[in-house]
Design a binder for this molecule. Sequence first.
Ligand code: FMN
Length: 425
Amino acid sequence: MAGSGWGTILRMTTWGESHGRGLGVVLDGFPAGLELEEADIQRYLDRRKPGQSRYTTARREGDQVEIWSGVFEGRTTGTPISMLVRNTDQRSADYSAIMDVYRPGHADYTFDEKYGFRDYRGGGRSSGRETIGRVAAGAAAAKLLESLGITVTAYTRSIGPVRIGDGRFDLEEAQRNRLCMPDAAAAGEAERYLERLMAGNDSAGGVVECVIKGLPAGLGEPVFEKLDARLAHAVMSIGAVKGVEIGDGFRAAESTGSENNDGFRAVLDDETETAVPDDETEPAIPNDETEPAVPGGAAAGGFGTAANAGADVSHGESLRTIDTKRRPNRIRKTANHAGGILGGISDGDTVVLRAAFKPTPSIAQPQRTVDRQGRDTEIAIRGRHDPVIVPRAVVVVEAMAAFTAADLLLANMTSRMEYLREIYR
Ligand SMILES: Cc1cc2nc3c(=O)[nH]c(=O)nc-3n(C[C@H](O)[C@H](O)[C@H](O)COP(=O)(O)O)c2cc1C
């Protein structure tokens, strides 16, 4: 099966099935000298692992990572990094009922059509467990990014109709509650919503929001390898993702040019003084966009708005007249509707993306389906499944965003002669 790899300079190849002996990833292209140990990877895998609350599958897996190659004395050697997680709690018998029957909303039918043969145990390669390799890869990429002052953070923005509320954004809260929501009140409401669905043998979807901070301007390769295109591809490749937004996303279509354009402003050497570079007539930013109280403006329609997503985007600072004797040494934006990307290239602002997850397809409610012989039948899925995928997928989105950003960071090193001179002279 082709299609198990991602990245150009940094490359991950994930392997393994839900009920095979284990799963893992091979990473190539990591520079030598990055401090990396199993604990760095385990921290990320622990956020993904099943069995942590009644809102995740009851399968009990330790998901302990083993680094088999590419790291020596706590640092990467520049050779392929191979990582393995063994499966320990497979109950393949749970899946004998779906051996010959297609689960609605899952990949059983399409895998059978494509290959004429499939590993039906736990969904094989189409299982959520496939994301173990991605998360391990993303953890290594995040370590690389962190060493350069770049952070990637994801959290649950909504579950079903329950969204994080205006003025209640608290990132630490996302680490405390079981749904990874940065809003305790919304998390409580979402739990009550899930309880109602679970009582009816149903499942829920939701939205994960991810912000990348500290990314320099210039990442993304026009035209087919744009940063937004790469991020969308990376995140859309995660099972159950049905939509990706960058910045204001779909809401930009309802906006006007004057509302949607992010103004530019210059930041002078002393960093405290700001100036409008060439358009001093630009109107001040309206009040409702000046306070990034809640990422994405939780009350908004669509997935949300990036006007104030990612918290510390640079809107609302006072604009002063330009001092023509002094040269600006940085350019900032006055808002961030673009979600940190212009022309497919990072603009130095916070990158904001959102992923919409559909409800878990495997539900215990009786549903109409067919068997492999094409006969009508009914199915009620009894195995162990996540009633909502979103809380476990938060770290998967974060991992894919981190890996993609790190890959494009390395790719950008060849964009100017001066960069090459700096390395080789
Ligand atoms: C972290 C994660 C966990 C998942 N857990 C389940 C699950 O327990 N049961 C299920 O039916 N699908 C689960 N899925 C979703 C399926 O993998 C996905 O819906 C399926 O492969 C079909 O692909 P599609 O939804 O992208 O069309 C999970 C996905 C992810 C990313």
